[in-house]
Design a protein around this ligand. Structure first.
Ligand code: WT7
Length: 650
C-alpha cells in the first residue's frame, strides 16, 4: 500500500557527484540569497552568461512591478546556446530528433549554428525581419522549429509560438494581437504514422487577411498536397539553399523581449506573456544544472511540445544553454505501443526524462509492465510538470521507470515564471511523493494571505513569489495594466504588491510546499491551461445558447475535464447538443478545449447580484453533496433542478 508519509532520501551514489549535494548546501544557498539578494544573482550572472557588454545594475526596482534585471547588459542568447559551445563542443550532438515513424537525425552544435544562421539570414534578407518584429510559429516538432526560434533570437526578432493543437480562430487572434509580420509553418507532420496538416489552418487563420502579416514561410515535412498562395507563401526548402551560414548575432539588451507566449487567464482573451533575454536564459540554464543536474555526456529528453513554455525553456533554451544533448520527438509516447518512450530511453541512453503527469498516467494504464522490457539503466533523474501528480502515478514512475534509484522531481512553475520555481533537488532533497517540496535557491516562494501573513501549517493560502526573479514575466504584450492587475493585485507584503501565481498551496510541518491547485477560474486539462471564461465565450457564440458556465471536473487521466452547463434559449432543440457544442469549441479554440460533459440545465445558480456561483457548479459536476450555503442564491431551488438535469444527462 502507498504510505503517504514515506520520504525518499536522495540516492547517495547520485548525491556524491551532484551539483547540490545536501540540504545543508541548499540552506546555505538560500541564506546567501536572503542575506544579499542581488549579490547572489550577480555571482551567477557573471559566472554563467557570455556578455557582449557588462550590465550596470543587477536589479532595478524603480518601476515595480516592471522589474528590470542586469540593466544595460548586452548579449545574444544564441551565443549562450550555440556559439560559445563551438570552441570545444562543435561535434557534440545538440539535438537528437526522432520522427514519429522512427527516423532519427543527430544535429551537432556546428550544424545547429549553420542552420540557425541560414534561417536568420533568410528572415533578415528575404522577409526584412528586424529587431523587435514579431514572428508567429505554428510548427510541428521538427528541427526547423528549433532553428526558427533561435533564428529569431539571433536577429532580435520576437517569436510567438502557437501550439499546433489550437484552431485557426485561436491562431488568428494571437497573430493579430502580436501584430506579427511573418508566420512560419510546415505543410504538416506525422502522428501515429499518418500525415496531418498544419498549413491549411494557417490559410484559414489568414483567410480574411491580417494587416500586419506580409508573408508565410512553409517548411516541407510530409509533402502532402497543400494550397499555395503565390506572392504570400514561400518555400523554406528552396530559399534556404541560397542562404549563407554566417550571421552576426544582433546585440541585444538584457531587457529586450525574447519571446511572447500566449496563455490563458481567468478573464478575457489569452495574454501574451512577454519574456526577456538575460534573466530568462540565466535561469533556464541554472535550473537545468540544479534541477536536472545536467552533466557532460548526458542525453536529456523532455516530451513537451515547443508550443508550451516547457518546450521553450526545457527543450530548447535551457538544454542548449547548458550545452547538453536534447531530444526532440515528433510523435506520441504511446505509438506504436506503450513501450515507445522506454524504447527511446534505451536507444538514446536518456539520462533525464521530463514529462507530464497525464502522460505518466496514460503510460501506466496502457503499459504497466512495459518499462521492464527495456534497459532503463541510463536514467538518473525523472521529472514531472504541469499539474499535481497523484501518488499511484508517482510510485509507478519512481519504482518501475526509475528502478527506485532515480529522484522524481515534481517541478512547479508557470508560463509566467519562465523556469522552475519549486522543485526537489535530485541530490539533496528528501522527497515526499506528490509534493513539489521547496523553493529553489534564490526563489522566495511563500504561502500567505492577501496581507502577506504566512499561513499556518497545513492551511491553504496564496502561492506567491515575494521577490522578483530574473526569468519572470515582464509584462503582458500591449497591456501593462492587465499585467499589474493579473499578477500584482491580489497580495501585498511589507507594503509591496507581490506576484501571485493563481495557485493555492500549503506548507507542512517540515516546511514542504504542496500545490493544491488553481484558486482562479483557470482549469488544467491534460496539462493544458484553459480559462473557463474563454471556453464560455466560445460556447456563447452559439445562437441557441442563452447562458453558459464552465467548470473543471476531476478526471482520472486528464487531471481535469471540461464540464459545460448551458441554458438554452426558449424553444431551442437539445438534440446533438454535445457534438454541436464540441465542434464549436474545436473551431473557436482547438480540440484541446473539447468538453467531456455538456448538460442543458434550467438555469444557473446566481446570487441576487447576478454572479454565477461556480463553486456550487463544481460540486454538482463532481457529484458532491452541496455543503455551501445556498440561501443567498436568487433562486435556491435551482440547485436541485440542476442536479436532476445532470443526473438525467450522465
Ligand atoms: C499551472 C501553470 C509550467 C509548465 C507547464 C504548465 C500547474 C504546473 C505543477 C506542479 C501542480 C502544477 C499550476 C500552474 N502546475 N506545475 N508541479 N504541481 N501543479 O504551464 O500552462 O503556465 O500552467 O500549471 O496550476 O499555475 P502553464
Amino acid at each position: 500500500m502507498f504510505d503517504s508519509d514515506k520520504i525518499f532520501p536522495p540516492n547517495p551514489e547520485f548525491a556524491k557527484n551532484a551539483r547540490i549535494k545536501s540540504m545543508d548546501e541548499y540552506y546555505a544557498l538560500m541564506d546567501e540569497a536572503k542575506n544579499d539578494y542581488e549579490g547572489f544573482w550577480k555571482k551567477y550572472a557573471d559566472e554563467k552568461i557570455e556578455w557582449i557588454e557588462p550590465y550596470e545594475k543587477v536589479l532595478d526596482e524603480t518601476n515595480a512591478p516592471f522589474y528590470k534585471w542586469f540593466t544595460n547588459g548586452k548579449l545574444n542568447v544564441t551565443i549562450q546556446c550555440i556559439d560559445r559551445h563551438l570552441k570545444d563542443k562543435a561535434d557534440k550532438t545538440a539535438i537528437i530528433f526522432e520522427g514519429d515513424r522512427g527516423d532519427v537525425q543527430k544535429i551537432t552544435y556546428e550544424t545547429l549554428a549553420k542552420e540557425v544562421n541560414r534561417f536568420a539570414n533568410l528572415l533578415k534578407n528575404r522577409f526584412d525581419i528586424k529587431k523587435g518584429d514579431r514572428v508567429v510559429l505554428y510548427m510541428p516538432m521538427i528541427p526547423q522549429a528549433v532553428y526558427a526560434m533561435l533564428a529569431c533570437a539571433r536577429i532580435g526578432a520576437i517569436h510567438s509560438i502557437v501550439f499546433g493543437g489550437f484552431s485557426a480562430e485561436a491562431l488568428r487572434d494571437r497573430i493579430k494581437d502580436a501584430k506579427a509580420k511573418l508566420v512560419i509553418t510546415a505543410d504538416g507532420a506525422y502522428r501515429k504514422s499518418k500525415p496531418y496538416l498544419l498549413k491549411p489552418v494557417v490559410d484559414d487563420a489568414l483567410k480574411d487577411g491580417i494587416q500586419s502579416v506580409e508573408a508565410v514561410l512553409v517548411v516541407k515535412r510530409n509533402n502532402e498536397k497543400i494550397d499555395w498562395i503565390e506572392g504570400r507563401d514561400h518555400d523554406y526548402d528552396e530559399l534556404i539553399k541560397e542562404s549563407s551560414s554566417e550571421c552576426e548575432p544582433e546585440i541585444m539588451d538584457s531587457e529586450d523581449p525574447l519571446f511572447l507566449l500566449y496563455t490563458s487567464g481567468s478573464t478575457g482573451k489569452p495574454k501574451g506573456v512577454q519574456h526577456s533575454q538575460a534573466g530568462y536564459i540565466l535561469w533556464a540554464q541554472m535550473t537545468m544544472e540544479w534541477v536536472f543536474d545536467i552533466k557532460e555526456g548526458d542525453v536529456y529528453w523532455c516530451t513537451a511540445d515547443i508550443g508550451w513554455i516547457t518546450g521553450h525553456t526545457y527543450i530548447v533554451y535551457g538544454p542548449l544553454a547548458a550545452g547538453t544533448t536534447t531530444v526532440l520527438f515528433e510523435g506520441v509516447p504511446t505509438y506504436p505501443d506503450a513501450g515507445r518512450a522506454w524504447k527511446m530511453v534505451q536507444e538514446h541512453k536518456i539520462t533525464q526524462f521530463y514529462t507530464a503527469p497525464t502522460a505518466i498516467r496514460v503510460l501506466h494504464k496502457m503499459g504497466e509492465d512495459e518499462p521492464k522490457k527495456y534497459d532503463l539503466s541510463s536514467l538518473k533523474v525523472l521529472g514531472t510538470v504541469g499539474e499535481p501528480i497523484d501518488p499511484p502515478a508517482w510510485m509507478w514512475y519512481h519504482e518501475e521507470v526509475g528502478g527506485g534509484r532515480c529522484a522524481v522531481v515534481d517541478t512547479w512553475w508557470q508560463t509566467e515564471t519562465g523556469g522552475h520555481m519549486i522543485s526537489p533537488l535530485p541530490g539533496a532533497t528528501p522527497i515526499k511523493p506528490s509534493c513539489a517540496t521547496f523553493a529553489l535557491p534564490g526563489i522566495m516562494a511563500e504561502v500567505i494571505d492577501k496581507d502577506g501573513n504566512p499561513k499556518e501549517i497545513g492551511e491553504t493560502g496564496l502561492l506567491c513569489i515575494t521577490k522578483p526573479w530574473p526569468s519572470m514575466i515582464r509584462t503582458i504584450w500591449g497591456d501593462h495594466e492587465r499585467f499589474k492587475k493579473a499578477y500584482f493585485s491580489d497580495a501585498v507584503k511589507d507594503g509591496k504588491a507581490v506576484y501571485f501565481s493563481g495557485d493555492g498551496a500549503m506548507v507542512d510541518k517540515d516546511g514542504y510546499i504542496t500545490i493544491t491547485g488553481r484558486v482562479d477560474d483557470v482549469i488544467n486539462v491534460s496539462g493544458h491551461r484553459l480559462g473557463t471564461a474563454e471556453i464560455e465565450a466560445a460556447v456563447a457564440e452559439d445562437d441557441k445558447v442563452a447562458e453558459v458556465a464552465v467548470v473543471g471536473r476531476p478526471h482520472p487521466i486528464k487531471g481535469e475535464s471540461i464540464f459545460v452547463f448551458l441554458v438554452l434559449k426558449e424553444g431551442a432543440v437539445t438534440e446533438d447538443i454535445k457534438s454541436h457544442i464540441n465542434s464549436l469549441l474545436s473551431k473557436e479554440i482547438g480540440n484541446i478545449a473539447k468538453a467531456d460533459d455538456i448538460v442543458a440545465v434550467p438555469g444557473l445558480p446566481k446570487t441576487r447580484s447576478g454572479k454565477i456561483m461556480r463553486r456550487i457548479l463544481r460540486s454538482i459536476a463532481k457529484g458532491e453533496e452541496i455543503k455551501q450555503d445556498i440561501s443567498t442564491l436568487e433562486d435556491p431551488s435551482i440547485v436541485a433542478n440542476i442536479q436532476e438535469a445532470v443526473k438525467q444527462a450522465v
